[in-house]
Design a protein around this ligand. Structure first.
Ligand code: AGP
Length: 611
C-alpha cells in the first residue's frame, strides 16, 4: 500500500506553493507507508524528480521536496512491495528519456513479462520495482506514433493487477493523467486547481468536493477541468453526476471515515486479500521447492501469526499430506539438539521484526536448516535473513490488533498448501483448479461477510461486554479460529478469553461453566460438525449462553444456539479467513462498548523486539 497525490493549479490559485501542498498531503498519507518518498514536477516542458529513501521529514530535509518549482506536481509515499526501500526504488519512476514520470499504488502482476519485452526493445530499467514498466510502456506506445493520452490508455489496457496511478508527460504541461483498478483514487475539485489522491485527507484542507474514481476509469485533470472515461468501453463520464461534497473532520478522514484504524483495517480485508493474491509469484514456487525437498517442516511465529501458522499446519496435513511441526517462536531452544540440514522452517511475522521469531530463525539457520519467511514488510529483518520470502500485501497495519495481516497470511499458506497438494499428486488438476478458484473468490466472500455480520456482532459485543470470562470452542480447522478470536477479545476488550479444541472442554474447562457463561462455537461445515453440535448441547445443559459462527447452509446449529452469526458458505478448509471476521468485529465492538481504545490496547506494542 502506498500513498499518491497530484495537484495541477493556475498560478496564484492556491494559498501555498503546489510543492508545499504536495508535501503536506504526503504527510497525511504517511499511514499508507513511509519507507521512501518522492515528487515530480513539470517545468518548462521538462520533468524534475526529487526522491529518496526514508521518512518524508528526513527526505524533505535532504532533497527539499517542498521547494520544487512548478504548478503540476505528483508525489508518492512508498510502502515497498517489489524491491526493498532505496533511493532508486522510490517513486516517481521515469522512462528512458526522463519525459514521463509515474507514481503508483498497487501491484502490477505481469510486470516481469512486460519488463522482459521492453528490455528486448532496448529500454533501460533503473529500479527493481513493478511500477517502472508503466513509464517505459507509455514511452514505447508514444514512440509507435500514439498521442500521449492514447499511449497512456493503451498502457493501462496492457496491465494486470491493481493500480492507482498518477502520470506526468512533459509535453502536456498542466495535465496529470490518472487511472484506477482495485486501488483507491479520489479526485478533489478546486477553483483553478484540481487534485488526485489515494485518500481524501491528502487534500481536505483545500476542497471538500470529490469524485471517487471507479475501477477501469482513466482520465486527466487540468487546473480547470476533469476528463473521465471508462478505459474498456471508451464511454466518457459526466463528472457532474459523480461529485460529492463531504463533511469529514481531518481526523475522521485519516481513518477513511472509520472511528478507529482497527475497524478500517477489518474492512480493508477484501482489498488486502486481493492484493496478496495478485502479488503471489515465483517466490511461492521457490518456497514449495524447499518444502518438497525437506526432511521435516517446522512452522514458527508469535501471537496472531502463530495462529495463521496453525492454519497452515492443518492445511499441509489435510490437503497435501505433509506433517509439519508448529511451535511458538519463543520456545525455539527446544530444538537446539534436534534440528539439522534438510529441515525447513516457515517463519511467519507481519512486521518481520519480532525478536522471538528472529531468534528461532537464527537458531535454525545456524543448525543448517533452510528458512521460508512470510511477512508483510519488505526488507525487514526476518525476510532479510531467510532463504525465500513470500510477502503478504496487506499494507501497513496501524491498529495493534492484527486483523488484515492474519487473513493475508492465511491466504498465502492456503495457496502454498493447494499447490503443494497438486505438485505432489495428492489432488488432480480439476480439484486443483477448483480450489484455486475458491481462493480467488475469498475476497468477494469477505466483502459479503462484512455486510452480513456487522449488526449482529455489535449487538453481541455489547451484550458480553460486562462478562468476565468467555470460551471459544472449535474442532479441526476451527481450533486456530477459536484461538485467534479469543486473543482478539483478550487484547483489546480485556476480557479473560480461552480457546480449546471443543472435545477438550469436557476434560476440565467445562467445570467453570454456569448460568449465562458465554461460549462461542466455531461451526465449520465439515465432518467434525456433528461433534460440535453435541458440544453445544452439553454447554447448554449447564446454562451456558451459546453463540456460534455458522455458515448460511447450516440447518441444525442455528436452532440450538442462543445467538448465531451467519457467514457465507465457504469450502471448509478455507473457512478461517471468513469465520475470523465476525470474531474480530465482536472483539472490536466489545472494546468500544467498554470505552477502550482498540487501536492502542494497554501493555502491548505493535512489534515486540525484546525477548
Ligand atoms: C495480535 O493481535 C498481536 N498484535 C500479536 O499477537 C502479534 O501477532 C505478534 O506479536 C506477532 O507479531 P508479528 O506478526 O509482527 O511477528
Amino acid at each position: 500500500m502506498c500513498g499518491i497525490i497530484g495537484i495541477t493549479s493556475r498560478p496564484g490559485k492556491v494559498p501555498e506553493s503546489p510543492a508545499f501542498i504536495v508535501r503536506k498531503g504526503l504527510e497525511r498519507l504517511e499511514y499508507r507507508g513511509y519507507d521512501s518518498v518522492g515528487v515530480a514536477s513539470i517545468v518548462d516542458y521538462s520533468i524534475i524528480v526529487r526522491k529518496g529513501k526514508g521518512k518524508i521529514k528526513d527526505v524533505n530535509r535532504r532533497k527539499h521536496l517542498d521547494r520544487v518549482p512548478g504548478y503540476t506536481i505528483i508525489g508518492h509515499t512508498r510502502w515497498a512491495t517489489h524491491g526493498r526501500p532505496s533511493d532508486v526504488n522510490a517513486h516517481p519512476h521515469i522512462d528512458c528519456n526522463g519525459v514521463i514520470a509515474v507514481v503508483h499504488n498497487g501491484i502490477i502482476q505481469n510486470y516481469l513479462e512486460l519488463r522482459e519485452k521492453l528490455t528486448k526493445l532496448g529500454h533501460k530499467f533503473r529500479s527493481e520495482t513493478d511500477t517502472e514498466v508503466i513509464a517505459h510502456l507509455i514511452e514505447h506506445f508514444i514512440s509507435e506514433g500514439l498521442k500521449p493520452y492514447d499511449a497512456f490508455k493503451k498502457a493501462i489496457r496492457s496491465l494486470k493487477g491493481s493500480f492507482a496511478l498518477g502520470v506526468l508527460i512533459s509535453s502536456e504541461k498542466d495535465k496529470i493523467f490518472f487511472a484506477r483498478k482495485d486501488s483507491p483514487l479520489i479526485i478533489g475539485l478546486g477553483d483553478g486547481y484540481n487534485f488526485i489522491a489515494s485518500d481524501i485527507p491528502a487534500f481536505l484542507e483545500y476542497t471538500r468536493k470529490v469524485i471517487i474514481v471507479h475501477d477501469f476509469e482513466v482520465g486527466y485533470i487540468t487546473p480547470d477541468s476533469v476528463h473521465l472515461e471508462n478505459v474498456l468501453t471508451g464511454e466518457v463520464i459526466d463528472i457532474n453526476k459523480r461529485i460529492h461534497v463531504i463533511d469529514w473532520t481531518p481526523d475522521m478522514a485519516a481513518k477513511g471515515g472509520y472511528p478507529h484504524f482497527m475497524l478500517k483495517e477489518i474492512h480493508e480485508q477484501p482489498r488486502a486479500l486481493k492484493d496478496t493474491i495478485h502479488g503471489l509469484g515465483v517466490e511461492v514456487e521457490n518456497a514449495i521447492k524447499l518444502i518438497m525437498n525437506a526432511n521435516r517442516i517446522f512452522i514458527t511465529a508469535a501471537g496472531t501469526s502463530f495462529h495463521a501458522g496453525l492454519v497452515g499446519d492443518y492445511l499441509f496435513n489435510i490437503l497435501a499430506g505433509y506433517t509439519s511441526i508448529p511451535f511458538i517462536a519463543s520456545e525455539y531452544s527446544k530444538y537446539k539438539n534436534s534440528v539439522g540440514e534438510g529441515d525447513v522452517l516457515i517463519a511467519i511475522s507481519q512486521s518481520g521484526e519480532t525478536i522471538d521469531t528472529l531468534m528461532a530463525l537464527r537458531l535454525f539457520k545456524k543448525l543448517g536448516a533452510k528458512v521460508i519467511a512470510i511477512s508483510n514488510v519488505v526488507g525487514s529483518a526476518i525476510p532479510r535473513e531467510s532463504d525465500v520470502t513470500v510477502y503478504t500485501r496487506a499494507g501497513p497495519e496501524i491498529g495493534v490488533a492484527a486483523t488484515k495481516t492474519f487473513t493475508s497470511q492465511v491466504m498465502v499458506l492456503s495457496w502454498i498448501a493447494v499447490k503443494l497438494a497438486y505438485y505432489t499428486g495428492r489432488i488432480d488438476e480439476t480439484t486443483y483448479k477448483s480450489l484455486l478458484g475458491d481462493l480467488h473468490r475469498v475476497p468477494e466472500l469477505a466483502n459479503k461477510t462484512l455486510t452480513l455480520v456487522e449488526g449482529e456482532t455489535k449487538l453481541i459485543g455489547e451484550e458480553i461486554s460486562d462478562r468476565h470470562s468467555v470460551y471459544y470452542l472449535g474442532r479441526g480447522i476451527g481450533v486456530p479460529i477459536a484461538l485467534e478470536g479469543a486473543l482478539k477479545l483478550k487484547e483489546i476488550a480485556y476480557i479473560h478469553a480461552e480457546a480449546y479444541p471443543a472435545g477438550e472442554s469436557k476434560h476440565g474447562p467445562i467445570a467453570l461453566v454456569e448460568d449465562g457463561f458465554p461460549v462461542i462455537f466455531i461451526i465449520v461445515e465439515d465432518e467434525m460438525k456433528k461433534h460440535i453440535l453435541g458440544n453445544i448441547e452439553e454447554m447448554k445443559a449447564r446454562g451456558a449462553y451459546t453463540i456460534g459462527v455458522v455458515s448460511d447452509e447450516d440447518k441444525e446449529a442455528r436452532k440450538l444456539l442462543d445467538r448465531a452469526i451467519t457467514v457465507p458458505y465457504i469450502e471448509p478448509v478455507f473457512s478461517p479467513i471468513i469465520y475470523i471476521i465476525p470474531l474480530q468485529l465482536l472483539a472490536y465492538y466489545t472494546a468500544v462498548k467498554k470505552g477502550y481504545d482498540p487501536d492502542k490496547p494497554r501493555n502491548l506494542a505493535k512489534t515486540v523486539t525484546v525477548e
